[in-house]
Design a protein around this ligand. Sequence first.
Ligand SMILES: [Zn+2]
Length: 159
Amino acid sequence: MIPASVVIALLSLLTEPRELADVPSVRSVFTALLRRSHYGYAPEQAAFVVRRPNGTLAAVHWPAGELRDGAEWIGEYPPGVIAIAHTHPGWLPLPSRIDRATASRSRLPVYVITATSIAKTDGGEPIVVTSGSWSPESRRDRTARSSSSFVFVSQSQRE
Ligand SMILES: [Zn+2]
């Protein structure tokens, strides 16, 4: 006879989406990171995705550092950590060599967030989880970019 607690644990494994990035609360974390990074134009933003004791998923944001193209966490990992997520500039949508090393060392998936894609590494080859505008924020970003390129065109026409 299987103890009830094991059955409940198995059921939660079955009902939980296999891909973390598909969980709505995790998408919210990714959207918040994207916004904090000014959609990839500001320095990289990073957060741990943690599972709280009540089962909900939440973010522990890394402090804003001085690194322009990197993020740094000094100290212990927070309790319940299940993933690391961080932003990249839009032209670098895939995990870097450092990201892969971080995933191997921490044994946590490392997610790379840009306005138009979500990719991850478990230490090996990068996996593209989502490509294309995945959040309302990235759709807004597209509008912002087209209006700024319009400004650029009108400036160059003046010269
Ligand atoms: Zn990275």
